[in-house]
Ligand binder design. Structure first.
Ligand code: ADP
Ligand code: ADP
Ligand code: ZN
Length: 220
């Protein structure tokens, strides 16, 4: 099974991806997480991506397409993948189709989690991420059991440097211009499903899970 989770920054993609991947036994592949690791490890990719990420711009298509192409060819992806944060441009979506063709794979579902802009700002500026396992929390909406400590791995929580008000505004702009057109791209295909992401984490999860359950049955 190959599922794409789409939506503006802060919609809850990472939060839902963690749960959906566990429930459906899919591998959670997040280009954002991969790029942040590369920046932290100061790899060649990280050095190239860093400045774009810091100012809230998209990393150039060719770099992101290359890492996804390599990742999807890994043997651990054979059991099913949940893509979070990729594709983010029509060019990336077209490149993905080529990559999947070459691997004899196809997209089973595209889930778009939608949330209004004001709420996205609240969510992103209160977001905290685990240094150890990249789990996501929110200081008000989804706090850890112990302040600043990850429930899963006891890692320390931090605030992403791009989760400040100014950079968030830039990222929301970038989303409208470069990623939002992808909705129409996937709507034309039969695999698109929009979810109202303004509800509780649990309610959004239930809807996505029910939809995937249905598409799994259809796909089999
Ligand atoms: P994305 O990966 O789409 O950028 P995240 O999953 O990181 O989004 O969520 C952004 C922030 O909003 C996080 O702090 C997360 O804990 C919080 N959050 C996610 N889903 C919800 C929800 N349904 N209601 C309230 N807060 C949420
Ligand atoms: P968000 O939680 O805002 O959805 P991500 O963690 O997915 O953010 O991405 C963080 C940053 O990493 C983006 O602002 C962008 O600079 C870069 N990035 C992640 N995925 C992609 C992609 N598919 N194409 C280009 N840049 C990306
Ligand atoms: Zn953790």
């Amino acid at each position: 099974m190959l599922v794409i989770l789409m939506g503006p920054p802060g919609a809850g993609k990472g939060t839902q991806a963690e749960r959906i991947a566990r429930e459906f036994d899919l591998l959670h592949v997040s280009t954002g997480d991969m790029l942040r690791s590369a920046v932290k490890d100061k790899t060649t990719l990280g050095e190239k991506a860093k400045a774009y990420m810091e100012r809230g711009a998209l990393v150039p298509d060719e770099l992101v397409i290359a890492i996804i192409k390599e990742r999807l060819a890994d043997t651990d992806c054979a059991g099913g993948v949940l893509l979070d944060g990729f594709p983010r441009t029509v060019e990336q979506a077209e490149a993905l189709e080529q990559v999947l063709d070459d691997l004899s794979l196809k997209i089973d579902a595209v889930i778009n989690v939608d949330v209004a802009k004001d709420e996205l700002l609240n969510r992103l500026t209160g977001r905290r991420v685990c240094r150890g396992c990249a789990s996501t929390y929110h200081i008000k909406f989804n706090p850890p059991r112990v302040r600043n400590i990850c429930d899963h791995c006891s890692g320390e929580l931090y605030q992403r440097s791009d989760d400040t008000v100014d950079t968030v505004k830039e990222r929301l702009d970038v989303y409208s211009k470069q990623t939002h057109p992808l909705i129409e791209y996937y709507q034309r295909k039969n695999i698109y499903h929009a979810v109202d992401g303004a509800r509780s984490i649990e309610a959004v999860f239930e809807e996505i899970a029910a939809y995937l359950e249905k598409s799994k049955i259809k796909g089999n």
